[in-house]
Design a protein around this ligand. Sequence first.
Ligand code: URA
Length: 433
Amino acid sequence: MNIIDIIENKKNRKELSNEEIEYFVTNYTSGKIPDYQAAALIMAICINGMTQDEILSLTNSMAFSGEVLDLSDISDNIVDKHSTGGVGDKITLIVMPIIASLGIPVAKMSGRGLGITGGTADKLESIPGYNVNLSVEEFKQNIKDIGISLITQTLNLAPADKKIYSLRDTIGCTNSMPLIASSIMSKKIASGANSIVLDVTCGSGAFMKDRESAKRLAKMMNLIGKWAKRKTVCVLTNMDEPLGYSVGNTLEVIEAVNALKGKMAKDVKDVVVKLCVQMMILSGNYSNSYNENKKKVLDVIESGKAFEKFKQLVKKQGGDISYIEDLGKFEKAPIITPVLSDEEGYVEKLDAGKVGKAGLELGIGRKQKDDVIDYRVGLIFDKKIGDKVEKDEVLAYVHSNNPEKAEECVEKIKQAYKIGNKKISKKNIIEII
Ligand code: URA
């Protein structure tokens, strides 16, 4: 078997065998296949797609490319959550401490930014001292000690996905249904999850731009879950506008902390509650009643338990909790520029895709593998879809480290807005699959 034949087969739309996929995954992970050949194959997959059998083989090969965690000494039902990615998506930072404070163990491995979407691992690293690179032993010990650990992909867990994920990011292959489904599910299988709640984002700021493709992705991940004997539920959520009021690493941590203290934007709250309720149901320790579970979620926020759990997590992973206790300590971007509305009316559109691209130019994420992120930069939105706005009123603020970039970004954000004369109503949760 050799990689050139495998690339040719995929290029010619032939179905790859389990052995061919296993050969590629093993040899790319160990470094025997170079990036340029892997890139050719990934691009062919991106263009020609994969059959169901190919997707299952790829998921399996990536999941077992390293260690597969057995967390049965912690719980016989580890419930995990993952998002297919979005702009301003700080949901993990809010949901996971809530879930841990409800007594459900949290063992979560998060990714870094991909394309225009932000990564939870990058956001956590914006907290001074927070270490996302724990060993498997430390990860497990933290869950035993405080019921929660949030890390990034260590070398040992699904290393093939880690390599393919960052390669995809640099060759324009992020929005491929088979690659997203196998990437997410391989990580979940490797990290020992028995039950999985997936936030499948849909809209201009997501990889799946329309409802039909988001549904196809959800159905595929459900099928992989069934095949791998993991209970899987997908919640389709709207990503036509950024989630919440901030986009950027430090800015999103600040929003998440405020949310855990009870100050939560309506769209964020809708998604947080829906995901938490699904996770509670899958844990088997709570009833199937939406309202009962929702009340418990709101109770741990109101009592401060969820916020305390987040502080405990940050402290345990080496982070400086004085920043969490006093959000004013986070370093601000040096240039903060308002974006003013040119007209009066209602916000009809705030295009998350355009916002994501503008954010990337500011330095929120990476355009190339080794780009350094500026944690301070980002955007704060004063006006979102449905809001009334006056002429010259502030729509948003650009937090930047460079005057030219700030100016360019102001223009891009203006273009992301559409002001009209209709008050649009929006739907944050689309469907549960
Ligand atoms: N999240 C992942 O973990 N992988 C993807 O491919 C997309 C989002």
